[in-house]
Write a protein that binds this ligand. Sequence first.
Ligand code: FES
Length: 164
Amino acid sequence: MIVAGGIGLAPLRPVMYHILAEREQYGKVVLLYGARTPADVLYRRQLEQWRSHLDLDVFVTVDQATDQWRGSVGVVTKLIPRANFDPGNTLAMVWGPEVMMRFTTMELEKRGVPTDHIYISMERNMKCAVGLCGHCQYGPIFICKDGPVFRYDHIQHLINKWEL
Ligand code: FES
């Protein structure tokens, strides 16, 4: 399962390419993507192409629709209960704004996805990128040096604290 919010889809696009190139290596694939408005939806042509694959489930939603929008409206987490997947046998990659990842991981947990099957990508202001300046510090960890991708159970105690 791939859950992307906003520009979080950009780093996950290569993941989709890889999955498609090695399709037989993977089971069910679900992509959930949320953007702020229809104008903010990234890679429209690609999303349409992926949607046309019979062996991919692709859902797109926007927070604020326009008159022309015919798709889902609401935050990306609302798509999780609608998606059909086997929670105990799912690996999830969640990329997007911190608040979106916080609520997405909560929803995935609610569906029964084990926390050690969820990966998130943290972003912070970085400067040195080698663990010296402290700009990217998140509690006891440095995003630049220890991440930016974390297994959720390794960072869960931090992500559920606001304003860290
Ligand atoms: S960017 Fe300087 S410590 Fe991470």
